[in-house]
Each structure stands twice: as C-alpha cells, then as structure tokens.
Write a protein that binds this ligand. Structure first.
Ligand code: H2U
Length: 357
C-alpha cells in the first residue's frame, strides 16, 4: 500500500518549536457526543455605557475613557506584570529552585469605538489604523522591553471577557517560552544553512501551493505543515522582515487587506464570529535591538479551537497534554476548505439579502 497523507496516520515535525504532532486523518468521521459550546451572542449593542472598553465609559478603577473615535490604548487595570514596585526574588542556591525578577507592563488596545464590529467587518482604513498602532507599540515598548507580545483573544470560548473588539499587549523584561524556543530554532537553522527558516518556508509553500489559504503581493497565509489546531493558520510577509515596526506603508495596506480576507473566511466557515487566539512574533527587542537578529522572520499565528461546527471544538487534553498534539484533519485539507470559502462576509451578504427582499 502507498502512503497517502489524507488517509494514513503519521507524525509531522515543527522546525520552529522542535516538536512533533500526530496526524490521524482516518479518524475524521468519528461521532461526537461530548461537550458543545453555546452559540455566540450576536446581539451586541453598538455602545454600552456600562462596558468599560467603550468610549466615555468608566473603567473598574474609576478612570474614564475618552470619547475615542479610532483605536484606543490604556494600561490594564489588572496587570499580570507591573513596571515597578515588586522586589526581585531571593536567590536560592539550589539549581532546582530557580526564580528571576519579572518586570513589565500590560496594556489593552481597543480596535474601534463600536462594540458590534470585529476586524473583518471593519473598513480597510480602520484595520490599517490598528496595524499602524501595533507597529508603534513594538517601537515604543520595544525600546525598553526584551519581548512585546501583542495578542488577541477572541470569543468567550477562548476566555475573552469582553465582546468589544480589542487586543492586549504584555511587554516583559524576559523572553517568554514560545518566542524563546522559536529564537533558538531559527538561530540554529540560520547557523546550519546560512538562511532564514521562515523565509525558506514561505518560498517552499509558494512553490508547493498545497497549504495556501490566501495571498497578496506582500503577504501569505498558510495552514502550516505542522499545524496543531484544526484551522490554525500562519500569516507571513513574502520578504524578510524582522518586526511590525519595519513594515512599509504598502505592506500595512496589504496586511489590512489579507487580514480581512482571512478573518472573513474564518467567520464564513461555520457562519459564526470565529473564536481564536492570535498573536505576533517578531525579532526580540530591548537589549536585543543591538544584536544581529537576522535569523528571525516576522509572523502571526491564529489558533482557533473550533473543529466541526460553531459549537464543537477541539480539546487539547489527554494525549495532547501528556504526550503530544494530535489532529484528524490534515493541514492540506484545512487549507483547501478555507481557500474555497467566500471572501464576502456572510453577515454582509445577509444584510444585503434582507435589504433587497
Ligand atoms: P480580555 O477579555 O481579552 O481578557 O481583555 C479584557 C482586558 O481588559 C482584561 O485583561 C481589562 C481586563 O483586565 N480590563 C481593564 O483593564 N479595566 C476594566 O475596567 C475592565 C477590563
């Protein structure tokens, strides 16, 4: 029998993280009788004066938001990392009991003054503003901190507490685990091959065309060969770029366009506002700005948990927690499915039909 990746179980290597995932496509048709998620609440008011993320609202600690009309950033009232005031831990002489000081800042960034929009429903110009703000954050906080993590947690299923469109920024004086591991693996690849791992990967995906979801002249979205979440994607520039702060104006515009296209496809997949955690990884900052970081390539990851409907999600438990990640649908099948979906948002189509009838 010939090996067929769509039929036969195998393990795939993730060179960015130096780990493996188990792919079991023969398991795709198994029935699901487990937990289902609630359908998402779609009737979100455009403005709720009691929502602390809205313009003019009072936040938990009494601060009043300005009547902002574009993006708006504020310091998280419940930060996981404080800039000052915490003493460094006492040094323990035992190597099994290591602790180090953790200093940082946590911010919240609202994408838009309205609570009833999401990125795919915003205009290109509005999404561009979000991207420009992200670039400024990397420059500003990156001047001081080793790592600036921009991330969006979208949907109650991902633990997001507020439907208002927003992301968070946690900047720290240490490299968190995920980027630290990616730093090591990209550096090792660069030392061994004299080339940038993710630039090679982009070129390979452009050549093979098996996992592309959408592309434009500056950007590429693929379901990575080593994806773990069912519809996980990676968004990469086609040229070598270290950080969001290095984007040209044309690249900002193209990024807004491709982001809207990807997120529209995601929403159209199960006709729901698609939950995910996403974030940006680029070359480290702070004291690392002085060092050569050419082994890095900027990229964003989208990790959506939904598996087969708006209410059935993939759980990363059992084998995933105790052994390694596992998926049923192959990366190529997921890419084909996403690629085939419309770039017109289902909500806008419905509105159009409603207006016509
Ligand atoms: P999430 O829903 O993604 O958790 O983001 C909301 C963030 O907003 C959360 O981190 C912060 C929470 O701490 N927040 C404030 O800083 N002030 C408030 O008044 C409410 C929420």
């Amino acid at each position: 029998m010939e090996f067929d990746p769509k039929e036969h179980q195998h393990i795939r290597y993730n060179p960015l993280k130096d780990d493996w995932i188990l792919v079991s496509p023969h398991r795709m048709k198994r029935p699901w009788k487990g937990q289902t998620e609630k359908q998402v609440e779609e009737n979100i008011p455009r403005h709720d004066p009691k929502n602390p993320l809205c313009p003019g609202a009072t936040r938990a600690k009494g601060e009043v938001n300005p009547n902002y009309t574009s993006t708006f950033m504020f310091e998280n009232d419940f930060p996981a990392l404080l800039q000052e005031g915490a003493p460094a831990p006492r040094e323990d002489d035992h190597p099994l009991l290591q602790a180090r000081s953790a200093v940082g800042t946590c911010q919240v960034m609202c994408f838009h003054p309205w609570s009833d929009v999401t990125l795919p429903l915003m205009s290109n110009a509005e999404v561009e503003e979000v991207i420009r703000k992200w670039a400024d954050i990397i420059s500003d906080l990156g001047a001081k901190y080793e790592w600036v993590q921009i991330f969006e947690n979208k949907g109650a299923v991902m633990g997001c507490s507020n439907p208002h469109p927003h992301c968070q920024v946690w900047a720290s004086n240490f490299m968190p685990n995920e980027p630290r591991i990616k730093d090591t693996n990209q550096r090792n690849y660069f030392q061994k091959h004299g080339k940038v791992l993710l630039v090679d990967y982009v070129n390979l995906e452009l050549e093979r065309k098996e996992r592309i979801v959408v592309e434009n002249s500056s950007w590429l979205v693929v379901v990575p060969y080593w994806a773990t979440w069912p519809y996980e994607t990676m968004l990469l520039p086609k040229r070598h770029i270290l950080r969001l702060s290095d984007l040209t104006e044309a690249e900002v515009k193209d990024l807004a366009e491709i982001t809207k296209k990807l997120l529209t496809k995601y929403d159209n997949l199960f006709e729901t506002t698609f939950p995910y955690s996403m974030g940006w990884h680029g070359a480290p900052t702070g004291s690392k700005l002085k060092e050569d970081q050419s082994h890095w390539q900027l990229h964003a990851m989208y990790y959506p948990p939904l598996l087969r409907s708006a209410t059935v999600k993939k759980f990363m438990v059992g084998y995933e927690m105790l052994a390694q990640s596992q998926r049923d649908l192959t990366a190529e099948q997921a890419a084909e499915k996403l690629r085939g979906l419309s770039e017109n948002h289902y909500k806008l189509q419905q509105d159009f039909t409603d207006n016509v009838s």
